[in-house]
Design a protein around this ligand. Sequence first.
Ligand code: NCD
Length: 334
Amino acid sequence: MTERLNNHNNSTEQLNANLFGKDILSVKQFDINTLDQIFESSVEMAQIIERGHILNILSRKILANLCQLYEPSTRTASSFTAAMERLGGSVIETNGITYSSISKGENLSDTISTFGCYADIIVLRHPEQGSVELATKATDKPIINAGDGIGEHPTQALLDYVTIRREQPQIEGLTVTMLGDMKHGRTVHSLARLLSLYSGVTLNYISPEILRMPKEIMKEVSLKDVKQVEYTDLQEVLSKTDVLYVTRIQKERFENPDDYDSVKGSYIITPDTLKDAKKTLTIMHPLPRVGEIDPAVDADPRAAYFRQMKNGLFVRMTVLAGVLGKLPTSQNFY
Ligand code: NCD
């Protein structure tokens, strides 16, 4: 066996061992070594899909997809379903609470315990921070957090990380500028924590005053070898930025609708906004966008948000296969 194949097999075995049977609740669970392995496996998953090859490693496994039960979801829900089916597994889908017993008053714990009886793995999105962790007490099946209110969205951060690695030469030393709703954006909460593992990273947070990055997260990140700076104006840092991560102002999470009205439309990226930006800039957005990026930017080769969305499939294939302990250990599996 060649040394390369050996290394590959060791790394896949380690990733299987690291993820097998685990709940995925927060990016705090991952170290750089695991992230490297997730990146490598996701690139392999991309090759399998792009070459039209078949990998039936999750046949007879069932995913309960609860991304669209308590909150809306387009990309996260459909990419988890596609990931499961691309690997030969099947999916119990959910679609709002109207046709579930939640509308009869069933609580989260009983709902989760039910799906735990029928599925091998559960993906849950819920509007309350901490609820996914709570849900893990109701079943012994692994649960993946697909967004818990303003808390975390760990698989989004993993796909954001894979995207940055595919678009930029390296993560160390990058200047990543996050723009929009730093207060309620679970994607930026997870991504800031994840990037803080890489030395020399600068994190700029740009938001209206009432939507600043929560102090607890800044405090946590400040313990690492990264620099964090807050601004209200993008042009102050755009020319030095390597990755511009745009987010939606999270209307549904405001307590007072007048506050939303006072900040909506605060930042809109147009081709003109980008005129002083680096040629090597990567523009990202977790999507959905509701006006923050003018569709005229889509034709700019620096616009990576559709590639980012595609990476979601490959990363979720890796996470599902890893948590079920089924990542293939031979490099010639496809
Ligand atoms: C994000 C989310 O749900 O937090 N969407 C996603 O999963 N891609 C971002 C958002 O809703 O703004």
